[in-house]
Design a protein around this ligand. Structure first.
Ligand code: GP9
Ligand code: MN
Length: 409
């Protein structure tokens, strides 16, 4: 644990925020319903395909005064995909540069969101209609402090209600309701959707919009499955209202990672009406939506803060009014005092002024390459970010939280 003092010092000086946000405690004691939206990327929000809206329900949430929508929110996942995004959200630590930390470090000591809120009376459960050992979740979830995992076994899966990877999202939410209603409150319930997964298969009867027409079947198929997921979330909101769970909950919706890889850049540039996808555009395509919906709040608006999955844990703890000694690398997004950059797992980063990728510094607004004299701002920050990523890796490789008593800190 010899790196611990340096890590604590770093977190103290670089990450920790002064004061608390205006929203501190606004959701105190409320249920937290978290929807991990498979492969949902920001470029479909408030956008159309063949002249049709892709995500009408999510678009209505963007405009809803009970919702904070983050338009500059980036996924920070690597090879562990969905599981990496879960790791980021629960721990505010970075996933590993290679492999899936869920597989390689499932038995570590963590100080995760479910564990922290348990001390404040919360029960926590994950709902996901896949095999419980996929991504080693049966090992990792207890390590993170989750109380229960409603896996594939909890669902009735038939030939008619499955496609691609398994149970379709609409029956998934529908069948989850009876379990959700039986949970002790307040609860933290995480729902992981599945239908909008590569290669984006969908039965004709479930298609409300037409496919796109390009040389990429992946991109073409993506739009109807995104719409299906949008409809499944709309239906879920309705079911929550009918069950009387809506009013005393906050609902968070987050895209887990990209759905369309750079293999489809040609089709993507055609869809986005760009000559080509530049390295700058590629980074901007790593944006995934984050919605924080607080029923009855009435003060929500679109947020342009540079944000990422690393920020979810401190943001939710603050909304719940929970103060905790922690070692983490994200910020409460509603607190004005924040570190001002988001690191992608490969060391690329985004600030309100710059995007750094391919060892090149781009202007955040215009995407133009920044002149060398000004670019030193990027290279300096790049060193800080390398250090931050390696501190997070040290914690995981060394299982350093074994040596920390968070109650005594
Ligand atoms: C698997 C599901 C999808 O259970 O979460 O994982 P992904 O392939 O997106 O990482
Ligand atoms: Mn995924």
């Amino acid at each position: 644990g010899s790196e611990l003092p340096a890590i604590k010092e770093y977190v103290n000086t670089t990450i920790d925020q002064k004061g608390e946000s205006d929203l501190f405690g606004v959701a105190k004691g409320k249920n937290v319903i978290f929807i991990s939206a498979e492969s949902l990327q920001t470029f479909v929000i408030n956008n159309t395909v063949n002249g049709q809206e892709i995500t009408p329900f999510l678009n209505s949430l963007v405009a809803d005064k009970d919702t904070y929508y983050f338009e500059n929110f980036y996924h920070q996942t690597e090879q562990g995909k969905t599981s990496d995004s879960e790791f980021l959200v629960e721990n505010s630590l970075y996933p590993l540069p290679r492999g899936a930390v869920f597989y390689t470090h499932g038995q570590n000591n963590y100080h995760a969101f479910p564990e922290i809120i348990k001390e404040n009376g919360y029960y926590s459960a994950v709902f996901h209609a896949n095999n419980d050992s996929f991504y080693n979740r049966d090992q990792m979830y207890p390590s993170l402090g989750f109380d229960y995992f409603y896996d594939q076994e909890a669902y009735e899966v038939t030939d008619d209600n499955k496609i691609g990877w398994g149970l379709k999202d609409k029956p998934f939410f529908e069948q989850s309701m009876k379990y959700l209603q039986s949970l002790d409150q307040p609860f933290y319930a995480k729902f992981i959707t599945l239908t909008n997964h590569f290669p984006f298969e969908l039965d004709d009867q479930d298609k409300s919009i037409d496919r796109y027409d390009s040389n990429s079947n992946t991109l073409n198929n993506y739009f109807p499955t995104v719409r299906y997921m949008d409809e499944s979330i709309e239906q879920f909101f309705q079911q929550l209202k009918e069950a009387g769970l809506y009013e005393n909950s906050i609902i968070v919706i987050m895209g887990d990672h990209y759905g369309i890889s750079s293999n489809h850049n040609k089709a993507m540039s055609m869809y986005l009406d760009k000559e080509q996808i530049t390295p700058y555009d590629h980074v901007q395509l790593q944006r995934v939506p984050l919605f924080i919906h607080i029923p009855g709040h009435g003060k929500g608006e679109v947020q342009s803060t540079i944000a990422g999955q690393i920020d979810v844990k401190p943001t939710l703890l603050s909304l719940l009014g929970i103060k905790e000694n922690d070692i983490y690398f994200g910020n409460d997004l509603f607190n004005e005092d924040h570190k001002g950059y988001i690191a992608l797992r490969n060391g690329d980063f985004i600030t309100k002024d710059y995007i750094y990728t391919n060892e090149t510094c781009y202007n955040f607004e215009t995407g133009e390459i920044v002149e060398e004299t000004e670019a030193s701002a990027c290279t300096d920050l790049s060193q800080v970010i390398e250090k931050e990523l390696s501190y997070s890796d040290d914690i995981i490789y060394g299982d350093l939280f074994r040596f920390v008593d968070f109650k005594q800190e």
